[in-house]
Design a protein around this ligand. Structure first.
Ligand code: OFO
Length: 165
């Protein structure tokens, strides 16, 4: 059985994962209207992945005798200025999610809930991958700068970078 404190913290994480999915969906849509199909595909995939992160938490909370609550989400922005800025935001967002997962792990230890601690290790490992991926993509796009040819090749290649769930 989850403690009330942990149940609340897990529900907060459910909202964060759902909002992450919305943020990346908005990035996907923006990239698509800018004509970068590869970047859009990458972001659509990432958005789906965040939804799976959310669902995994929903099922866990309910399985442990809690109640996963689906809440209102804050709307993501719809314009991202430039691809550099958008990928910087993606990276910053993943750092924020990692911090939030770390805080959750900390609460598990305080509450002596080792089952949830164990469950969350999947997210800890996932965040290492997601941060590394976001960093790699950000480095590439920063290298390209305003070079149109570079952006064209980046758009083609980014589709090959897999986002695993
Ligand atoms: Fe990309 O973060 Fe979920 O966990």
């Amino acid at each position: 059985m989850l403690s009330k404190k942990l149940e609340k913290a897990l529900n907060d994480q459910i909202r964060i994962e759902a909002e992450s999915s919305q943020v990346y969906l908005s990035m996907a849509s923006w990239a698509e209207v800018q004509g970068l199909e590869g970047v859009a595909g990458f972001m659509y995939g990432h958005s789906d992945e965040e939804r799976l992160h959310m669902l995994k938490l929903v099922k866990y909370v309910n399985e442990r005798g809690g109640h996963a609550k689906i809440s209102t989400l804050s709307a993501p922005k719809t314009e991202f200025g430039s691809f550099q800025k958008m990928f910087q935001e993606l990276y910053d967002h993943e750092i924020f999610v990692s911090k939030s997962i770390n805080d959750l792990v900390h609460i598990c230890l305080e509450e002596k809930d080792y089952a949830t601690h164990n469950f969350l290790q999947w997210y800890v490992a996932e965040q290492i991958e997601e941060e590394a991926l976001a960093r790699t993509v950000l480095d590439k796009i920063n290298l390209i700068g305003n070079d149109k040819g570079g952006l064209y090749l980046f758009d083609r290649d980014v589709q090959l970078i897999s986002v695993e769930s």
